[in-house]
Design a binder for this molecule. Structure first.
Ligand code: PLP
Length: 380
C-alpha cells in the first residue's frame, strides 16, 4: 500500500503522457515552449483568474509576490506557524520578518483572533511595518478568506494565498488559488496537481501585478529579455513539466471526486473513535492530506507500520519551534494549538486511487487498535 500512489495515476494516462513528452523532445523548445502558455491558459480557465504565471516551484511562487511588492527589511509578514517551512522561509529570504500566528484547532488554518492580536502587537511596538499575510490552505482546506480580506483591506495588507496543497479545492464558487491578491501553488509530484519534478504557479486578476511577477521570474526583464528593469531571478516551468501538467489537469476534476469519496469513507469509518476531518459544508477540500487526531498517535503509527500501512506526521514541529525560525516574532496570545497538534496528528494514505478494500483495511486496523487500547485502559 502507498501513502500517495502516483503509479496508479501514471498507469491511467501513460499513453497520453508518453505522447506529450515525445512531442516536447521532438519539437526541441525546452524553455518557454508552447505547452507552457497552453497550460497557463487552461489553468487560468480552471481556477477562474485572469492570469496564471508558471514558475519553477511553489517556494518561488511565494517569493516572487514578495519581491514584486518590494517587501524587505523592516517589514512584517503574518504566517501560520503550523505549515511547511517555505511559507515563512520566503519572508526571511527577503530579510523581512515572519510573525507567527496560531491556527484554528478545527481547520488547522490561520486563526483570525490570533492574527488580529499579532497585527495589533506589531503596530503598537512600531519596530516593523505590517505588510502582508500568507494564509495557507492546509491539507487542501480553504482558509477563512472573508475574515482575512476584511482585515487586509482595513490594514492595507497584501494577501498571498499559499495554495500549494489546495489546487482543486474551493469555497463557495471560488477555487483555491483565486483567493487573496495573489495565489501561489506548487506542482511538487505529491501535490493534488503535481508534475514529474519541480514546478509552481501564481494566480492573479491584477494586470500590473501579473506583469511584474513575469518580469521578476525572468531576471527582472523589461521590454525584452536583455532589458533588465528589476533585480529578479530565473524561475520558469520547464516545457516538459507543462506538457505533463496539461494531461494531469485534464483528469483533476475526476480525481477530486474520488478524493472526496475517500475522505467521506474515512469520516464514516473513523469519526466516532478519533477526531477525523470532514468534507467542508460550503465548497470542498482538495484533500491533499487526510488527518486524524488521537492521543494514542505514537502507538497507532507503530501498529499501522507493523501491518504495512504507511502514515505520516505533518508536521512534527511548528515553525516557531524550529532552530531557523525561533528568533522571529510571535503572536502575543500564544501558539498553543500549533504546539499541541504535533503530538496527536497523523495523516493516513490519501489519493484518488485508494481502493475500498485497502481503505477498509486501514479503517479496521485503526478501529482494532484504538478499541483494544481503550478496553485495556478501562480494565487497568
Ligand atoms: C504549504 C506549502 N507551501 C509551499 C510549498 C513549497 O512548494 P515547493 O516544494 O514546490 O517549493 C509547499 C510544498 O512543499 C507547501 O506544502
Amino acid at each position: 500500500m502507498q501513502f500517495i500512489d502516483l503509479g496508479a495515476q501514471r498507469e491511467r494516462i501513460k499513453d497520453r503522457l508518453k505522447a506529450a513528452i515525445d512531442r516536447v523532445v521532438d519539437e526541441g523548445r525546452y524553455i518557454l515552449g508552447p505547452q507552457v502558455a497552453e497550460f497557463e491558459a487552461k489553468l487560468a480557465n480552471y481556477i477562474g483568474t485572469k492570469h496564471v504565471i508558471a514558475c519553477a516551484n511553489g517556494t518561488d511562487a511565494l517569493l516572487l509576490p514578495l519581491m514584486a511588492a518590494g517587501i524587505g527589511p523592516g517589514d512584517a509578514v503574518f504566517v501560520p506557524s503550523f505549515t511547511f517551512a517555505a511559507t515563512a522561509e520566503v519572508v526571511a529570504l527577503r530579510q523581512a520578518e515572519p510573525v507567527f500566528v496560531d491556527i484554528d484547532p478545527k481547520t488547522y488554518n490561520i486563526d483570525i483572533a490570533s492574527l488580529e492580536a499579532a497585527i495589533a502587537m506589531v503596530k503598537s511596538q512600531g519596530r516593523l511595518k505590517p505588510k502582508a499575510i500568507i494564509p495557507v490552505d492546509l491539507f487542501g482546506l480553504t482558509a477563512d478568506y472573508d475574515a482575512i480580506m476584511a482585515i487586509a483591506s482595513r490594514e492595507n495588507l497584501l494577501v498571498i494565498e499559499d495554495a500549494a496543497q489546495s489546487i482543486g479545492g474551493s469555497a463557495g464558487r471560488t477555487m483555491c488559488g483565486a483567493f487573496g491578491h495573489v495565489g501561489s501553488t506548487s506542482f511538487y509530484p505529491a501535490k493534488p496537481l503535481g508534475c514529474y519534478g519541480d514546478g509552481g504557479a501564481m494566480f492573479t486578476n491584477d494586470d500590473a501585478l501579473a506583469e511584474k511577477l513575469r518580469s521578476f521570474a525572468f531576471h527582472g526583464k523589461g521590454e525584452t529579455q536583455y532589458d533588465n528593469i528589476h533585480v529578479g531571478i530565473n524561475s520558469r516551468l520547464d516545457t516538459l513539466q507543462a506538457a505533463i501538467l496539461i494531461e494531469k489537469l485534464a483528469i483533476l476534476e475526476d480525481e477530486m471526486e474520488a478524493r472526496h469519496k475517500v475522505a467521506q469513507r474515512y469520516a464514516d469509518g473513523l469519526g466516532d473513535i478519533v477526531t477525523a476531518a470532514n468534507n467542508p459544508a460550503a465548497g470542498r477540500s482538495a484533500w491533499a492530506q487526510y488527518a486524524i487526531e488521537t492521543p494514542k498517535r505514537d502507538g497507532l503509527k507503530a501498529h499501522l507500520q507493523e501491518k504495512g500501512i504507511p502514515s505520516v506526521i505533518y508536521y512534527v514541529k511548528p515553525l516557531h519551534s524550529q532552530v531557523a525560525y525561533s528568533a522571529y516574532p510571535q503572536t502575543p496570545t500564544g501558539l498553543t494549538v500549533s504546539e499541541e497538534l504535533p503530538s496527536s496528528i497523523l495523516c493516513l494514505p490519501m489519493h484518488p486511487y485508494l481502493s475500498e478494500a485497502d481503505q477498509d483495511r486501514i479503517i479496521e486496523t485503526i478501529r482494532n487498535y484504538i478499541g483494544s487500547n481503550s478496553a485495556q485502559a478501562a480494565a487497568e
